[in-house]
Write a protein that binds this ligand. Sequence first.
Ligand SMILES: C=CC1=C(C)c2cc3[nH]c(cc4nc(cc5[nH]c(cc1n2)c(C)c5CCC(=O)O)C(CCC(=O)O)=C4C)c(C)c3C=C
Ligand code: FE2
Ligand code: FE2
Length: 341
Amino acid sequence: MAASYGKIGVLLINLGTPDTPETPDVRKYLREFLMDKRVIDIPALQRYFLINGIIAPFRAPKSAKVYKQLWDERGSPLLYYGHDLRDLLQKELGDGYYVALGMRYQSPSIKSALEELREQQVERIIVLPLYPQYASASTGTSHDMVMEIVKDWWIVPSINFISTFCDDPLFIKAFAEIGRKHLEARKYDHVVFSYHGLPERHILKGSTRNYCKLGTCCNTYHKLNRYCYRAQCFETSRLLAKELGLAEDQYTVAFQSRLGKDPWLKPYTDEILKDLPAKGIKNVLAYSPAFVADCLETTIEVGQEFKELFEQAGGEHWQLVESLNTHPLWVEAVKQMVLRN
Ligand SMILES: C=CC1=C(C)c2cc3[nH]c(cc4nc(cc5[nH]c(cc1n2)c(C)c5CCC(=O)O)C(CCC(=O)O)=C4C)c(C)c3C=C
Ligand SMILES: [Fe+2]
Ligand SMILES: [Fe+2]
């Protein structure tokens, strides 16, 4: 596309995925991802030994097996839904905008996406990491990478960083609509909102004036805990529950995907789901609202692994709510976020 001056650039960012589901590519991806000091926040030398001594040799082949189950004819869903969203958003926003997609790890890189925008000589850039709830390990590191790259540009255009959209009305409406179809199709006893976990210390490090202490501090969402990941997960869940007409005792918020021995945000999804059947909860609808596109964490972890655990514990029906992917209300939600910024 030829450059035309005065456009607004939109940079969509997501986590990234291995280039292929083969072990060497998964190892390369995990190395880049987990060497990020905002993801594994321990001293550099310790991180180096953890990754090269344990994760690269042992975790990479295991993860590759799971990535092979995830891969389909279009590749990795996280990546192809990213491209689809970019194309749909470009169509919706029209000629005054140029939309680019960058992945924090692997490809297409944030650097290549920013170069596309620079080539277009966009006058402003809106940076939107595709994570509804801010965490230093996701949104923070995406912003960090953008700043790292543009700091060397001679002309640094105006840049708007969007850091959270956990309570965006259209985002909530889109996710509610997808879940509502399941709730109307059969009877569910309970809804589980399962979020990607974080080490507890990540919350404490971001605690404004020591406000967040992993207690009831996050039960309401306001100025002091605006960027607390835990408070944002609770807020998204509350708003989704409200939109779906769920009472407080009809849903549970839990956290998944913990890694290592440090305490992560609790309760852990794989633990709570095992106790549900004994309480008479045998039909569960599972939401994964930390992600806006299907990926390993939704399709495989929530959709398959948790389903197996639930059934082994006596559960009868476990249903994953598919992610926002290319849902028209989601595309509209992103469009409105861009227009507002
Ligand atoms: C210390 C480890 C990790 C932190 C902290 C973390 C935070 C975090 N991650 C996401 C989003 C995604 N993570 C995904 C996969 C994934 N995450 C970790 C570790 C941490 N994540 C690992 C090791 C993996 C790889 C899979 C595995 O080997 O188990 C994905 C899926 C990508 C895909 O290709 O499908 C996403 C998306 C967020 C939002 C977040 C902080 C809140
Ligand atoms: Fe992760
Ligand atoms: Fe908090």
